[in-house]
Design a protein around this ligand. Structure first.
Ligand SMILES: Cc1ncc(COP(=O)(O)O)c(C=O)c1O
Length: 356
């Protein structure tokens, strides 16, 4: 028998409007109307506030998607191990999800990554193995090491975020429906950059299907990625030029996640770092939004798509994460100069670059 006090505590828990732990707090992020930008260009631009996920980025969705899929397929059982090769937000999302679900989390990453990233993952309870930073073709590459580590271990999975389509499926089941509901189905365009391709493929597929093809789905690309060339040439070319300061986006190949939708895209274009950096500072100045570079690139792209689609059009993009993980670079005068980006920031916004 429960004591009267304990049963009243339980009752209160069940009647409050709460979510179920860390994983229950993933998704259902707000859709932010970017008023200043929208007024300037005459189209309505919205950013999906993925930085509000409990682990701080859009990748919380992919992390939960791949873990939940493995649980449902019965290949990950209580007390099991989750292994991934990642240097970024997916590792953070997985580390959180693993703590919340009671799994061991093992992350392989190139040893070229900052100590801050390694420390953060370890603080979140993950085991981190920095390995030599070698090309994908080399068997010692961090992705292959993650795969091999999981293969030899009982009750362990390699989550394989790039080619495991449970990633895109999670966006199809959550991000897409959320945006559809938030825009009441009045949406002319959706655009974002891709790393694994999970966000664009899953969300894009849902929105395109639900709108009966009315919502156009576009891919935004940083310099140095092959995807613009691939999409605009109808899959014939794989050219890349330049490089980018953005992190988590840009690709050298068509991942399985992107492959689920790449043929249905309306188009793709590349956004230069100068425009992304200017937007990053602009969003902070006019909207109070402290965004990472991939989000800034997405907003530039959404504005360009809005202009393409005409006055009054409505376009949604993703605000993937905040600037907190990159601030020592994005707000450093020295670093911006070393990348030739100091002049990308308009004079009146230079005051935000407070770090030397
Ligand atoms: C900051 C950031 N933006 C965008 C993306 C791209 O998302 P996706 O992997 O779903 O294509 C990532 C992926 O790691 C990311 O870390």
């Amino acid at each position: 028998m429960l004591s009267a006090a304990r049963s009243s505590i339980l009752r209160r828990t069940f009647t409050t409007n709460s979510v179920d732990g860390f994983t229950g707090a993933i998704g259902n992020t707000p859709l932010i109307y970017l008023k200043g930008l929208s007024e300037k260009i005459g189209s309505h631009i919205y950013g999906k506030a993925e930085f509000q996920n409990p682990g701080g980025s859009v990748k919380d969705r992919a992390a939960l998607g791949v873990v939940r899929d493995a649980e449902q397929r019965g290949v990950l059982k209580p007390g099991g191990t989750v292994v991934e090769g990642t240097a970024g937000n997916t590792g953070i999302g997985l580390a959180h999800v693993c703590r919340a679900r009671g799994y061991r989390c093992v992350i392989f990453m190139p040893n070229s990554q900052s100590q801050e990233k390694i420390d953060l993952l370890r603080m979140l309870g993950a085991e981190v193995y920095p390995v030599p930073a070698v090309a994908y073709e080399n068997p010692a590459n961090y992705n292959h090491q993650a795969r091999d580590f999981a293969k030899d271990l009982p009750n362990a999975i390699w989550t394989d975020q790039f080619d495991n389509t449970a990633n895109a499926k999670f966006h199809y089941e959550t991000t897409g429906p959320e945006i559809w509901e938030q825009t009441k189905g009045e949406l002319d365009g959706f655009i974002c950059a891709t790393g694994t391709g999970g966000t664009l493929a899953g969300t894009g597929k849902y929105l395109q299907e639900k709108s009966g093809g009315k919502t156009q789905i576009w891919l935004a690309d940083p310099p140095g990625s092959v995807l613009t060339s691939y999409v605009t040439s109808g899959g014939k070319l794989n050219e890349r030029t330049g490089s980018s300061i953005t992190e988590g986006i840009g690709q050298g190949r068509i991942t399985n996640n992107l492959a689920t939708f790449v043929d249905q895209l309306s188009g793709a274009f590349t956004v230069d770092d100068t425009k992304s950096i200017e937007m990053l500072y602009q969003l902070l100045d006019t909207d109070g939004l402290y965004m990472g570079a991939s989000s800034a690139l997405n907003v530039v792209a959404a504005a360009e798509l809005g202009i393409k689609l005409g006055k009054g059009s409505k376009v949604v993009t993703m605000l993937c994460d905040g600037a907190y993980r990159y601030q020592s670079r994005l707000f450093s005068k020295q670093w911006l100069k070393s990348k030739g980006l100091e002049d990308a920031i308009p004079e009146h916004l230079k005051k935000y670059a407070v770090l030397d």
